[in-house]
Design a protein around this ligand. Structure first.
Ligand code: PLP
Length: 416
């Protein structure tokens, strides 16, 4: 018997295929047409090609820690493979990992969640995608606080909804204005995405801001998608989880995190979502039809990562902090480059409008820096921050010094 919603095909007529060019061609879906290659890929591909041709290119574009994955994590995964832990696991993740994530969120983030509310995903990106797919309807709007990580907008569009940007300002430390957020809420608004610490601005929202956004979302019956992937990388600021603000906030928040940034595990593809039980279950059902479980032995590695002594992460965090101070100092020496002090993640987003040649965009400037300075950075437009560049300090101190010096040299040639 056909399942509900599945049409049984008529098998009575047979078609004969003639010449191939007379056969009607299928077209791509409108969904596929929505997906444009990111300009980041273009810059990265060009940087790689230059490097392959023997050129000395400095990459300050990367969105991943340059540290190796901790040995203990690698050993746990290797051991899991040796022990034959290489088969399907439950879609939402192995029980000990879900329990460890729930325990971490309760102890460190002030959430009140159980293992049944956790979905282990192939990176935080998959958790965000599933969140968009289960929370949004076609025709809905979802608020993004700009500048934002571009994947949110693409995933919102894939869910058939429309991203609505509420802009923040560099002179205000890229902190959101609550009145502007309130004004952006309309009858179609269904969700607000909150990313603190933020990629690309490095802003970390203080408690009162997180609390106010939570109250606003609750008052308007919105979902909150809280991307907390950089939670452990803060400097002079404390991270606050929005789901911990109130029971009402917890009831409408999908908290997303993962191992990629905290434990230098970007390639392992382990992320997670913590959500009300019915939401976690909907996300698991979706994942069941798309990818099934995150890689079995990577889950074992993640389990080990979660039990690492805090000092191990602390060493990486302190190094990021030193690099942040270094890059800010180097940028401050370039007259005309305006930056704010990032308090989290590992990016700076300087305003470089003064250095754009006539009619040039930040995309053009990023291309020019790659060609003339042999430094790869990401144009701000990718993050809805035109006139800016996103510079990553997930690179060694020598690379940072040399990279910014090269950028300064190219910029010094621009008549301001
Ligand atoms: C803000 C933000 N969220 C999520 C992700 C994705 O993390 P993952 O590699 O775990 O999918 C990234 C990666 O760059 C990111 O910058």
């Amino acid at each position: 018997m056909a399942r509900c919603g599945v049409r049984s095909a008529s098998t009575s007529r047979a078609y004969r295929v003639g010449r191939i060019d007379s056969v009607p061609k299928p077209s791509l879906s409108s969904r596929a047409a929505l997906l444009q290659p990111s300009p980041t890929l273009g810059i990265t591909a060009k940087a790689n090609a230059m490097r392959a041709a023997g050129e000395d290119v400095i990459s300050l574009g990367a969105g991943e820690p340059d540290f190796p994955t901790p040995d203990a994590v690698c050993e746990a995964a290797i051991q899991a493979i040796r022990e034959g832990f290489t088969k399907y696991t439950p879609t939402g993740g192995i029980a000990p990992l879900r329990e460890a994530i729930a325990a971490k969120l309760c102890a460190e983030n002030g959430l009140s969640v159980s293992a049944g509310q956790i979905v282990v995903t192939a990176g935080a990106k998959q958790a965000l995608y599933e969140a968009a797919m289960v929370a949004l309807e076609p025709g809905d709007e979802a608020i993004l606080i700009a500048p934002y990580w571009m994947t949110y907008a693409e995933q919102i569009r894939l869910a058939g909804a429309t991203p609505v940007a509420v802009h923040t300002r560099q002179e205000e430390g890229f902190q959101p204005d609550l009145d502007e957020l309130r004004q952006a809420i309309g009858p179609r608004t269904r969700a607000i995405f909150v990313n603190t610490p933020c990629n690309p601005t490095g802003a970390v929202y203080p408690h009162q801001t997180v609390r106010a956004i939570a109250d606003l979302a609750v008052a308007h019956g919105l979902w909150i998608v809280a991307d907390e992937i950089y939670e452990r990388l803060t400097y002079d600021a404390e991270h606050h989880s929005i789901a911990a603000m109130s029971d009402a906030a917890a009831a409408c928040t999908i908290t997303v995190g993962g191992c990629s940034k905290t434990y230098a595990m970007t390639g392992w593809r382990i992320g997670y979502a913590a959500a009300p039980a019915h939401v976690a279950s909907a996300m698991t059902n979706l994942q069941d039809q798309v990818t099934s479980n995150a890689v079995s032995f990577a889950q074992k590695g993640a389990l080990r990562a979660l039990s690492l002594p805090r000092e191990q992460v602390e060493t990486m965090r302190q190094e990021f902090r030193a690099r942040r101070d270094l890059i800010i100092q180097c940028l401050a020496e370039i007259p005309g480059v305006a930056t704010t002090l990032p308090q989290g993640a590992f990016y700076v987003l300087p305003n470089v409008r003064e250095f754009l040649a006539d009619g040039e965009s930040d995309l053009g400037l990023a291309e020019r820096l790659l060609t003339e300075a042999r430094v790869a950075v990401i144009p701000g437009s990718v993050f809805e921050a035109p006139g800016h560049l996103r510079i990553s300090y997930a690179a060694g101190r020598d690379q940072i010094r040399a990279g910014i010096a090269r950028i300064a040299e190219v910029l010094s040639k621009v008549a301001r």
